[in-house]
Design a protein around this ligand. Structure first.
Ligand code: KG4
Ligand code: ZN
Length: 343
């Protein structure tokens, strides 16, 4: 059994966790920075990086204390090494390197996306490779065939905005505040999902990808004609329809039989999204797996877990490992139009 310390600092959550290789979560600590970024209506990279510097050390200490262990009892240190806001990534990675050096422990440099991609296996130990993963977060919207640790085949990605980004921009347009996804979900509960006619970009298209920019523009045009609740509900329904249609296309075109349909990333915390995907999986007689809500949004338990999965395979990294703003899970995937801006 190995005990892994995980560090996360790639966006606006600072987190430290201790996870064992059998999936036992010994401790997880997290500090949000919402208040610091709220006046700006979005994450300000420099404010985020400074907050990570202040928070990460105390969170590591608190996690060790909660688990009742010292750094000497940890087997490896896993830190997010990208992709993300580079200042924040550097804080977490350098902290991980310093701890590894001081305690003479191996470093595991974790791709944040691999943290999300493997998080369903932390929540559900019986989930086996390969599985079809819809990875929906603030920066990414991808369908991936997860063949194993470090083995990903990207089947689709967004040609413009990510799904979470669309939620955040819509929240801003509707004056619902920051962070946007949960605010839109709340407002949508009080609205009519059929009230506002909104487009479903690329639905029914022969190409496999996602697009959300046109949807956001349509919300902007309708903003004076409908209530925020009806707009939120109609927008959320449009996103759900796009995610389901694209995932259905992937399910019917993928050449190997996946063990399950899996959803991960911040948008996977949305109940309408989870419900619609669960129905889709049932239609295809497939198991549906979604991590518990707290494990969907950024956290360090998923980084420690990805670290544990990599460590078990002997995948450790040298102390000169770089921090990476962009780091695709499938480096062989072909570039799609408009995708130059996303990792
Ligand atoms: O995975 P995550 O915490 O950070 C990234 O790696 O991007 O995802 C954050 C994204 C944000 O865009 C946020 O608005 C969205 O996930 N999100 C949600 C919900 N909770 C978080 N979107 C829709 N409904 C939610 N309940
Ligand atoms: Zn994330």
């Amino acid at each position: 059994m190995a005990l892994i310390l995980g560090l996360e600092s790639s966006c606006d959550e600072t987190a430290a966790a201790l996870v064992e290789s059998d999936g036992t979560i010994r401790a997880h600590k997290l500090a949000r920075q919402e208040e610091a970024h709220r006046p700006y209506g979005g994450v300000v990279p420099e404010i985020a990086a400074r907050a990570h510097v202040e928070m990460l050390g105390p969170l590591v200490e608190a996690a060790l204390e909660e688990a009742g262990v010292t750094l000497d009892q940890v087997d490896a240190i896993a830190a997010t090494a990208g992709p993300g806001l580079i200042g924040g990534v550097m804080v977490g990675l350098v902290t991980g390197k310093a701890l590894a050096l001081a305690a003479n422990k191996p470093l595991v440099a974790v791709n944040h996306l691999e943290g999300h991609a493997l998080s369903p296996r932390l929540g559900d130990q019986s989930l086996e490779f390969p599985y079809l993963l819809l990875l929906v977060s603030g920066g990414h919207c991808q369908l991936l065939l997860v063949e194993g640790v470090s083995r990903y085949r990207r089947l689709a990605t967004t040609i413009d905005d990510a799904a979470g980004e669309a939620f955040d921009k819509t929240a801003k347009l509707l004056g619902l505040g920051f962070p946007g996804g949960p605010a839109v979900e709340q407002a949508a509960m009080r609205g009519n999902p059929r009230a506002v006619p909104l487009p479903r970009p690329l639905v029914g298209s022969g190409e496999p990808h996602f697009s959300f920019a046109g949807l956001k523009s349509a919300v902007a045009r309708a903003v004076n004609d409908y209530s925020a609740e009806d707009l939120a509900a109609s927008f959320q329904q449009a996103v759900v329809d796009c995610l389901v249609d694209r995932t259905r296309r992937a399910l019917t075109s993928v050449t190997v039989q996946p063990s399950a349909l899996v959803v991960a990333g911040g948008v996977a915390a949305n109940k309408a999204v989870r419900g619609a995907l669960e129905t889709l999986a049932a239609e295809h007689a497939l198991r549906f797996v979604a991590p518990p809500l707290w494990l969907c949004t950024d956290n360090a338990a998923m980084i420690a877990w990805a670290g544990a999965e990599r460590f078990a395979q002997g995948l450790t990294d040298p102390l000169d490992t770089p921090a990476r703003a962009r780091w695709p899970l499938d480096p062989d995937a072909e570039k799609v139009r408009g995708a130059g801006v996303k990792a």
